[in-house]
Design a protein. Structure first.
Length: 283
């Protein structure tokens, strides 16, 4: 029986065949997501625009995409991830282009990329980086090997955030030429989120030179501090930001959460702050 990642990959193939990724090229400035993370002197937050969750939790309001992106920028996000997968996440290439035209930040095209056609589209719509998923290459869904796809992305001027979810995937990912390595706290087989996934993987892989981005399930300053202590260098946050009444304020809260550093200096408070971090959720 197919798990959800299989379903997403099969849908991506149908979407490609339907011509969704056939877009016209536009001129745009180029930004570096990696350099923005390195230069950040606070918490490097990549805020994510997504209008739906595969678990069925819809961001329950109509949104002005440009207003949302601008609020993320004002809040201090070092980059914006924009989901372009149309069926399960409500993504849109047009929304991506609107943000590119109005916001001067590095933009990550987040999709289930299995073909060079999608990489080409990312380049045309103004992406600075793309998401690749290690498991999709492991399952042979992609039309190129992982190394070939990364090389093609670089040829197109795109940085690569390569996502892993398991220890074995992470081990293969860090040996690649990807610019950034993501650890997805969401299991795409089941959609269950466990924020300790980042900690468990990095505990066994402390000797590497990659910038680690923790993804999914991040809701609060306490989560940011917990993941920083585990070794994550940047944080991709979607649902918590998109569902906030004050998007700018929520991003700012996460960016500036170093003011809560005293949590780590009090063992009792540390326990209280993170006892909820072990929960599993399908946000």
């Amino acid at each position: 029986m197919d798990d959800f990642l299989d379903i997403l990959a099969q849908e991506a193939s149908r979407t490609i065949e339907a011509g969704y990724y056939q877009v016209e090229a536009a001129h745009h400035r180029v930004f570096s997501l990696k350099e923005s993370i390195v230069r950040c002197d606070k918490n490097p937050i990549i805020a994510e625009i997504k209008l739906a969750s595969p678990s069925g939790n819809i961001v329950g309001r109509c949104v002005d995409i440009v207003c949302i992106a601008s609020a993320m920028n004002r809040g201090g996000a070092i980059g914006i991830s924009i989901i372009t997968e149309p069926k399960y996440f409500g993504g849109s290439l047009q929304n991506f282009k609107l943000v590119r035209e109005n916001v001067s930040l590095p933009l990550l095209m987040k999709d289930f990329i299995i073909s060079r056609v999608q990489v080409e589209a990312a380049s045309k719509i103004g992406a600075d980086a793309i998401l690749l998923i290690q498991a999709l290459f492991d399952r042979k869904y992609c039309d190129s090997s992982l190394n070939e796809m990364i090389e093609y992305a670089h040829f197109k001027g795109l940085e690569v955030l390569l996502e892993a979810h398991t220890k074995n995937e992470f081990k293969r990912a860090i040996s690649s030429d990807a610019d950034l390595i993501g650890i997805n706290n969401r299991d795409l087989k089941t959609l269950v989120v466990n924020i300790h996934t980042t900690e468990e993987i990095l505990r066994e892989h402390i000797h590497h030179d990659k910038i680690i981005v923790s993804e999914s399930g991040i809701e609060s300053p306490a989560h940011i501090l917990f993941l920083k202590s585990a070794g994550a260098k940047a944080f991709l946050v979607g649902t918590a930001v998109m569902s906030a009444h004050d998007v700018e304020g929520k991003v700012k809260e996460l960016v500036e959460s170093g003011q809560f550093q005293d949590i780590f200096n009090n063992k009792k408070e540390h326990g209280k702050a993170f006892e909820f971090a072990a929960k599993e959720t399908t946000l």
